[in-house]
Design a protein around this ligand. Structure first.
Ligand code: ADP
Length: 252
């Protein structure tokens, strides 16, 4: 594997309205291992701006404009935290903000492609987030699908989504005790793709459905997606660093 996109969600990055520093630190260590030891070009798609903004200003997040305002405040805080953490590993970071529409416009995505190639050639870590301020209601917060577009357009070999659960289950494991994890998924039904999103935390927006949509988009393009926990990175190390698939779900 040469090029890998890692997407990490709000559930992993924030805790009780604060940035979850220890989990961020662990994620940074994983990415440093992939870059510095495995020579993999990593692109990070990171949520967490709204949560980070909320630590500075308590606005009602149920109002869209407030949420976008919090993202504007939180984005530099998030980047500052990443920048300091990656500096310890000698890694320079860069910020790229997109909305899904950007990938429909050849001209815009071509410019972004040129920048991406220069960044990766120079071992810089691009950190991507949705440009929340100009995003619309339907899409705001949905970094899962944005990450899928990023993976396709920047020609990565795989997308790995790190969330608050260790994989995709045959039914919601928070509702059903007998839910079983699916190790490999080759097909996602229309019914599953059209379910109403059920995100776990109040900061999260996507739930499992946006992850399935991301997987479906990539499967049609023959690009695999790996879903596992961003809380305990054991599975991620085994699969992404050591190439052994013990747990977590591969969509291919
Ligand atoms: P993130 O902030 O990382 O995007 P979300 O909270 O939006 O995370 O989505 C993950 C949540 O989706 C899980 O914690 C779980 O509660 C929920 N979920 C619903 N159905 C399933 C399923 N079949 N398998 C796994 N998780 C599911």
């Amino acid at each position: 594997m040469k090029r890998l996109v890692i997407k990490v969600g709000t559930a992993v990055l924030t805790q009780d309205g604060e940035l979850a520093y220890e989990r961020m630190q662990n994620l940074v260590k994983l990415i440093a291992t992939l870059k510095n030891e495995k020579n993999i070009d990593v692109i990070l798609v990171s949520s967490g701006a709204v949560g980070a903004g909320y630590t500075s200003l308590k606005l009602d997040k149920s109002v869209l404009a407030n949420k976008q305002t919090l993202a504007a405040i939180g984005q530099p805080k998030l980047m500052k935290t990443y920048q300091e953490m990656f500096e310890e590993f000698g890694i320079t970071v860069a910020q790229m903000l997109f909305i899904a529409d950007d990938f429909d416009s050849r001209k815009r995505s071509k410019n972004a492609k040129n920048v991406m190639e220069i960044l990766l050639k120079n071992k810089v870590l691009p950190i991507i987030n949705e440009n929340d301020v100009i995003s619309t209601e339907e899409l705001i917060g949905d970094n899962d699908q944005l990450a899928a577009y990023v993976t396709h357009y920047f020609k990565a070999d795989m997308l790995s989504i790190l969330t608050d659960i260790d994989g995709y289950y045959n039914k919601n494991p928070r509702e059903f005790n007998d839910a079983k994890i699916l190790k490999v998924v080759n097909e996602i039904s229309e019914e599953e793709l059209n379910k109403k999103p059920t995100a776990n935390s109040k900061f999260a927006t996507g739930g499992i459905v946006t992850k399935l949509k991301a997987a479906d988009f990539l499967m049609q393009k023959n690009i695999p997606m790996y879903l596992t926990s961003g809380f305990d990175l054991k599975n991620a190390y085994e699969f992404l660093v050591d190439n052994i698939h013990i747990s977590g779900t591969i969509f291919k």
